[in-house]
Design a binder for this molecule. Structure first.
Ligand code: BDR
Ligand code: CA
Length: 326
Protein backbone atom coordinates (compact mmCIF):
# COMPACT_ATOMS: atom_id res chain seq x y z
CA UNK A 1 0.00 0.00 0.00
CA UNK A 2 1.34 3.45 -0.85
CA UNK A 3 1.98 5.67 2.15
CA UNK A 4 -0.28 8.63 2.78
CA UNK A 5 1.35 11.91 1.77
CA UNK A 6 1.08 14.77 4.22
CA UNK A 7 0.27 18.03 2.49
CA UNK A 8 -0.56 21.64 3.25
CA UNK A 9 -2.63 23.41 0.61
CA UNK A 10 -1.70 27.06 0.28
CA UNK A 11 -4.34 28.74 -1.84
CA UNK A 12 -6.31 31.80 -3.04
CA UNK A 13 -9.66 30.31 -4.14
CA UNK A 14 -10.49 30.82 -7.05
CA UNK A 15 -12.67 28.27 -8.88
CA UNK A 16 -9.70 26.24 -10.09
CA UNK A 17 -8.22 26.27 -6.58
CA UNK A 18 -11.61 24.98 -5.41
CA UNK A 19 -11.50 22.02 -7.80
CA UNK A 20 -7.95 21.29 -6.62
CA UNK A 21 -9.04 21.29 -2.97
CA UNK A 22 -11.97 18.98 -3.75
CA UNK A 23 -9.61 16.60 -5.55
CA UNK A 24 -7.29 16.52 -2.54
CA UNK A 25 -10.10 16.00 -0.05
CA UNK A 26 -11.49 13.19 -2.19
CA UNK A 27 -8.15 11.34 -2.24
CA UNK A 28 -7.31 8.98 0.62
CA UNK A 29 -3.61 8.99 -0.37
CA UNK A 30 -3.41 12.60 0.80
CA UNK A 31 -3.55 13.74 4.41
CA UNK A 32 -4.46 17.44 4.27
CA UNK A 33 -2.90 18.84 7.45
CA UNK A 34 -4.20 22.36 6.84
CA UNK A 35 -5.42 24.79 4.23
CA UNK A 36 -3.67 28.16 4.41
CA UNK A 37 -5.22 31.06 2.55
CA UNK A 38 -3.30 33.87 0.88
CA UNK A 39 -4.36 37.04 -0.90
CA UNK A 40 -4.32 36.60 -4.67
CA UNK A 41 -7.29 36.13 -6.95
CA UNK A 42 -9.32 38.13 -4.42
CA UNK A 43 -8.43 39.68 -1.03
CA UNK A 44 -7.60 37.43 1.91
CA UNK A 45 -10.97 37.75 3.67
CA UNK A 46 -12.60 36.20 0.60
CA UNK A 47 -9.97 33.51 -0.02
CA UNK A 48 -10.24 32.14 3.52
CA UNK A 49 -14.04 32.32 3.40
CA UNK A 50 -14.06 30.50 0.06
CA UNK A 51 -11.65 27.87 1.37
CA UNK A 52 -14.07 27.11 4.21
CA UNK A 53 -17.05 26.96 1.82
CA UNK A 54 -15.16 24.40 -0.25
CA UNK A 55 -14.26 22.24 2.76
CA UNK A 56 -17.92 22.28 3.79
CA UNK A 57 -19.01 21.36 0.28
CA UNK A 58 -16.73 18.34 0.57
CA UNK A 59 -18.19 17.50 4.01
CA UNK A 60 -14.79 18.19 5.62
CA UNK A 61 -15.28 20.70 8.43
CA UNK A 62 -12.47 18.87 10.20
CA UNK A 63 -9.83 20.36 7.87
CA UNK A 64 -8.53 23.54 9.51
CA UNK A 65 -8.43 26.67 7.39
CA UNK A 66 -6.09 29.50 8.40
CA UNK A 67 -5.49 33.00 7.12
CA UNK A 68 -1.99 33.84 5.97
CA UNK A 69 -0.63 36.99 4.34
CA UNK A 70 -2.96 39.68 3.11
CA UNK A 71 -0.52 41.28 0.64
CA UNK A 72 2.65 40.51 -1.30
CA UNK A 73 6.06 40.96 0.32
CA UNK A 74 6.99 44.21 -1.39
CA UNK A 75 4.16 45.33 -3.66
CA UNK A 76 0.52 46.27 -3.76
CA UNK A 77 -1.86 43.36 -4.20
CA UNK A 78 -3.08 42.70 -7.74
CA UNK A 79 -6.32 40.69 -7.87
CA UNK A 80 -8.23 38.93 -10.66
CA UNK A 81 -11.96 39.55 -10.15
CA UNK A 82 -12.24 39.98 -13.92
CA UNK A 83 -11.64 36.23 -14.16
CA UNK A 84 -13.03 34.78 -10.95
CA UNK A 85 -15.87 37.23 -10.15
CA UNK A 86 -16.17 39.55 -7.14
CA UNK A 87 -16.45 36.66 -4.69
CA UNK A 88 -13.55 34.78 -6.27
CA UNK A 89 -15.88 31.80 -6.46
CA UNK A 90 -18.69 33.02 -8.73
CA UNK A 91 -20.91 30.31 -10.19
CA UNK A 92 -23.57 28.52 -8.13
CA UNK A 93 -23.28 30.41 -4.85
CA UNK A 94 -22.54 28.39 -1.76
CA UNK A 95 -23.89 29.16 1.73
CA UNK A 96 -21.77 31.20 4.12
CA UNK A 97 -19.49 28.74 5.94
CA UNK A 98 -20.48 27.47 9.38
CA UNK A 99 -16.97 26.33 10.22
CA UNK A 100 -14.91 29.09 11.80
CA UNK A 101 -11.58 30.31 10.56
CA UNK A 102 -9.01 28.45 12.66
CA UNK A 103 -7.07 30.58 15.11
CA UNK A 104 -3.46 31.34 14.36
CA UNK A 105 -1.39 32.74 11.55
CA UNK A 106 -1.27 30.53 8.46
CA UNK A 107 2.44 31.19 8.08
CA UNK A 108 3.15 29.91 11.61
CA UNK A 109 0.96 26.90 10.93
CA UNK A 110 3.13 26.02 7.92
CA UNK A 111 6.28 26.40 10.03
CA UNK A 112 4.90 24.37 12.94
CA UNK A 113 3.75 21.46 10.80
CA UNK A 114 7.05 21.32 8.95
CA UNK A 115 9.02 21.45 12.21
CA UNK A 116 6.82 19.02 14.13
CA UNK A 117 6.28 16.32 11.51
CA UNK A 118 9.25 14.08 10.65
CA UNK A 119 11.72 15.81 8.32
CA UNK A 120 11.05 15.22 4.64
CA UNK A 121 7.40 14.24 5.03
CA UNK A 122 5.40 17.43 4.41
CA UNK A 123 4.72 18.66 0.85
CA UNK A 124 3.57 22.23 0.33
CA UNK A 125 1.02 22.48 -2.48
CA UNK A 126 0.88 26.08 -3.61
CA UNK A 127 -2.03 27.26 -5.75
CA UNK A 128 -1.59 31.02 -5.45
CA UNK A 129 1.10 33.68 -5.00
CA UNK A 130 4.05 32.39 -2.96
CA UNK A 131 3.77 35.01 -0.20
CA UNK A 132 2.97 32.63 2.67
CA UNK A 133 5.79 30.26 1.79
CA UNK A 134 8.38 33.02 1.39
CA UNK A 135 7.28 34.57 4.69
CA UNK A 136 7.63 31.19 6.40
CA UNK A 137 11.15 30.88 4.96
CA UNK A 138 12.06 34.36 6.24
CA UNK A 139 10.66 33.66 9.69
CA UNK A 140 12.08 30.15 10.02
CA UNK A 141 14.80 29.44 7.44
CA UNK A 142 15.37 26.05 9.06
CA UNK A 143 12.20 24.71 7.42
CA UNK A 144 14.05 24.58 4.08
CA UNK A 145 15.87 21.40 5.15
CA UNK A 146 12.67 19.73 6.34
CA UNK A 147 10.09 20.37 3.61
CA UNK A 148 9.71 17.32 1.37
CA UNK A 149 8.90 19.38 -1.72
CA UNK A 150 6.96 22.38 -2.97
CA UNK A 151 4.58 21.56 -5.80
CA UNK A 152 3.27 24.79 -7.27
CA UNK A 153 1.13 26.13 -10.05
CA UNK A 154 2.87 29.11 -11.53
CA UNK A 155 5.01 30.47 -14.30
CA UNK A 156 5.44 29.49 -17.91
CA UNK A 157 8.17 29.07 -20.46
CA UNK A 158 6.76 28.24 -23.89
CA UNK A 159 3.38 29.83 -23.11
CA UNK A 160 5.10 32.89 -21.62
CA UNK A 161 2.38 34.87 -19.78
CA UNK A 162 -1.32 35.22 -19.02
CA UNK A 163 -1.50 38.41 -16.94
CA UNK A 164 1.20 40.25 -18.91
CA UNK A 165 2.90 39.12 -22.12
CA UNK A 166 5.76 37.85 -19.95
CA UNK A 167 4.29 36.61 -16.68
CA UNK A 168 1.83 34.17 -15.19
CA UNK A 169 -0.52 35.53 -12.50
CA UNK A 170 0.71 33.71 -9.35
CA UNK A 171 4.34 34.67 -9.95
CA UNK A 172 3.49 38.17 -11.20
CA UNK A 173 1.56 39.05 -8.02
CA UNK A 174 4.52 38.40 -5.73
CA UNK A 175 7.75 37.98 -7.70
CA UNK A 176 9.98 38.63 -4.66
CA UNK A 177 8.28 35.75 -2.85
CA UNK A 178 8.70 33.50 -5.88
CA UNK A 179 12.36 34.44 -6.11
CA UNK A 180 12.93 33.53 -2.46
CA UNK A 181 11.23 30.17 -2.94
CA UNK A 182 13.17 29.29 -6.09
CA UNK A 183 16.42 30.20 -4.30
CA UNK A 184 15.56 28.24 -1.15
CA UNK A 185 17.15 24.94 -2.12
CA UNK A 186 13.87 23.09 -1.46
CA UNK A 187 12.87 20.57 -4.12
CA UNK A 188 10.37 22.36 -6.38
CA UNK A 189 7.96 20.93 -8.92
CA UNK A 190 6.42 23.52 -11.24
CA UNK A 191 3.09 23.13 -13.03
CA UNK A 192 3.32 26.08 -15.42
CA UNK A 193 0.97 27.35 -18.11
CA UNK A 194 2.81 25.02 -20.49
CA UNK A 195 1.01 22.16 -18.72
CA UNK A 196 -2.24 23.82 -17.72
CA UNK A 197 -2.96 25.16 -21.20
CA UNK A 198 -3.19 21.49 -22.23
CA UNK A 199 -5.72 20.69 -19.49
CA UNK A 200 -8.68 22.33 -21.19
CA UNK A 201 -12.27 22.22 -19.99
CA UNK A 202 -13.87 21.12 -23.26
CA UNK A 203 -17.69 20.90 -23.33
CA UNK A 204 -17.51 17.08 -23.17
CA UNK A 205 -15.33 17.22 -20.06
CA UNK A 206 -17.52 19.76 -18.29
CA UNK A 207 -20.57 17.62 -19.11
CA UNK A 208 -18.98 14.78 -17.15
CA UNK A 209 -18.98 16.96 -14.03
CA UNK A 210 -22.50 18.18 -14.62
CA UNK A 211 -23.78 14.62 -14.98
CA UNK A 212 -21.89 13.39 -11.93
CA UNK A 213 -24.49 12.31 -9.41
CA UNK A 214 -22.22 12.27 -6.38
CA UNK A 215 -22.52 9.93 -3.43
CA UNK A 216 -25.65 9.59 -1.35
CA UNK A 217 -23.99 11.47 1.49
CA UNK A 218 -23.13 14.37 -0.74
CA UNK A 219 -26.75 14.68 -1.90
CA UNK A 220 -27.96 14.52 1.68
CA UNK A 221 -25.37 17.10 2.71
CA UNK A 222 -26.41 19.60 0.11
CA UNK A 223 -30.08 19.02 0.77
CA UNK A 224 -33.07 17.98 -1.31
CA UNK A 225 -33.38 19.94 -4.53
CA UNK A 226 -29.89 21.39 -4.14
CA UNK A 227 -27.25 21.09 -6.86
CA UNK A 228 -24.82 18.18 -6.74
CA UNK A 229 -21.10 18.79 -6.26
CA UNK A 230 -20.68 18.01 -9.96
CA UNK A 231 -23.14 20.76 -10.89
CA UNK A 232 -21.36 23.21 -8.61
CA UNK A 233 -18.01 22.35 -10.22
CA UNK A 234 -19.51 22.71 -13.72
CA UNK A 235 -20.92 26.12 -12.79
CA UNK A 236 -17.51 27.28 -11.55
CA UNK A 237 -15.89 26.14 -14.76
CA UNK A 238 -18.61 27.78 -16.87
CA UNK A 239 -18.01 31.02 -14.99
CA UNK A 240 -14.26 31.42 -15.42
CA UNK A 241 -14.19 29.69 -18.79
CA UNK A 242 -16.08 32.54 -20.43
CA UNK A 243 -12.97 34.67 -20.03
CA UNK A 244 -10.36 32.23 -21.29
CA UNK A 245 -12.36 30.87 -24.21
CA UNK A 246 -12.69 34.40 -25.53
CA UNK A 247 -9.03 35.10 -24.84
CA UNK A 248 -7.43 31.97 -26.26
CA UNK A 249 -10.07 31.01 -28.81
CA UNK A 250 -9.72 27.45 -27.47
CA UNK A 251 -12.45 24.91 -26.90
CA UNK A 252 -12.26 25.35 -23.16
CA UNK A 253 -10.29 27.07 -20.41
CA UNK A 254 -7.15 25.80 -18.68
CA UNK A 255 -7.93 24.09 -15.37
CA UNK A 256 -4.73 25.24 -13.68
CA UNK A 257 -4.54 24.43 -9.99
CA UNK A 258 -5.89 20.84 -9.91
CA UNK A 259 -2.75 19.89 -11.87
CA UNK A 260 -0.77 20.31 -8.63
CA UNK A 261 -2.85 17.75 -6.76
CA UNK A 262 -3.02 15.44 -9.77
CA UNK A 263 0.79 15.48 -9.92
CA UNK A 264 0.95 14.21 -6.33
CA UNK A 265 -1.55 11.46 -7.06
CA UNK A 266 -0.33 10.42 -10.51
CA UNK A 267 3.07 11.92 -11.42
CA UNK A 268 3.26 9.57 -14.40
CA UNK A 269 0.65 11.74 -16.17
CA UNK A 270 3.18 14.59 -16.43
CA UNK A 271 6.46 15.09 -18.27
CA UNK A 272 9.14 17.73 -17.88
CA UNK A 273 12.77 18.50 -17.20
CA UNK A 274 14.99 19.35 -14.25
CA UNK A 275 16.08 22.90 -15.09
CA UNK A 276 17.18 26.17 -13.54
CA UNK A 277 14.41 28.71 -12.99
CA UNK A 278 15.06 32.33 -12.04
CA UNK A 279 12.42 35.00 -11.42
CA UNK A 280 12.54 38.48 -12.93
CA UNK A 281 11.95 41.02 -10.18
CA UNK A 282 13.47 44.23 -11.58
CA UNK A 283 12.18 44.90 -15.07
CA UNK A 284 8.74 46.57 -15.20
CA UNK A 285 8.32 45.06 -18.66
CA UNK A 286 8.88 41.44 -17.65
CA UNK A 287 8.13 41.48 -13.89
CA UNK A 288 7.37 37.97 -12.65
CA UNK A 289 8.72 36.16 -15.68
CA UNK A 290 9.94 32.63 -14.95
CA UNK A 291 13.21 32.42 -16.80
CA UNK A 292 13.48 28.66 -17.23
CA UNK A 293 16.68 27.32 -18.74
CA UNK A 294 14.78 24.70 -20.72
CA UNK A 295 17.58 24.30 -23.27
CA UNK A 296 20.25 24.26 -20.55
CA UNK A 297 22.25 27.06 -22.10
CA UNK A 298 23.39 28.83 -18.91
CA UNK A 299 25.23 26.25 -16.86
CA UNK A 300 23.13 27.34 -13.86
CA UNK A 301 22.28 24.49 -11.56
CA UNK A 302 18.82 22.95 -11.86
CA UNK A 303 16.53 24.04 -9.01
CA UNK A 304 13.16 22.72 -10.21
CA UNK A 305 11.35 20.01 -12.09
CA UNK A 306 9.62 22.12 -14.72
CA UNK A 307 6.75 20.20 -16.29
CA UNK A 308 5.60 20.72 -19.84
CA UNK A 309 3.11 18.00 -20.76
CA UNK A 310 0.10 16.27 -19.28
CA UNK A 311 -2.10 13.39 -20.38
CA UNK A 312 -5.22 15.58 -20.30
CA UNK A 313 -7.78 12.79 -20.77
CA UNK A 314 -6.31 10.81 -17.87
CA UNK A 315 -6.18 13.99 -15.78
CA UNK A 316 -9.91 14.63 -16.29
CA UNK A 317 -10.69 10.95 -15.64
CA UNK A 318 -8.91 11.27 -12.31
CA UNK A 319 -10.80 14.45 -11.42
CA UNK A 320 -14.21 13.07 -12.29
CA UNK A 321 -13.64 9.72 -10.60
CA UNK A 322 -12.32 11.23 -7.39
CA UNK A 323 -14.67 14.20 -7.01
CA UNK A 324 -17.55 11.87 -7.86
CA UNK A 325 -16.81 10.03 -4.60
CA UNK A 326 -17.39 13.04 -2.38
C1 BDR B 1 -3.37 30.97 -11.64
O1 BDR B 1 -3.90 32.26 -11.37
C2 BDR B 1 -5.15 32.16 -10.75
O2 BDR B 1 -6.04 33.02 -11.36
C3 BDR B 1 -5.57 30.72 -10.81
O3 BDR B 1 -6.27 30.36 -9.64
C4 BDR B 1 -4.26 29.99 -10.94
O4 BDR B 1 -3.71 29.69 -9.68
C5 BDR B 1 -3.29 30.78 -13.14
O5 BDR B 1 -2.44 31.75 -13.72
CA1 CA C 1 -5.03 29.89 -7.61
Amino acid sequence: MTQTQKIIIDTDPGQDDAVAILLALASPELDVLAVTAVAGNVPLVLTHTNARKICELAGRRDVPVYAGCDRPLARDLVTAEYIHGVSGLDGISLPEPQMPLSEGDGVDVIINHVMNEPAGTVSLCVLGPLTNIATALRRAPQIADRVKQIVLMGGAYFEVGNVTPAAEFNIYVDPEAAQAVFQSGIRIVVLPLDVTHKALTTPARVARFREMAGGAENRARLGRGQPSIGEVVASWIDFFERFDVEKYGAEGAPLHDPCVIAYLLAPELFKGREVNVEIEVDSPLTRGMTVADWWRVTGREANALFLRDVDADAFFDLLVTRIGRL
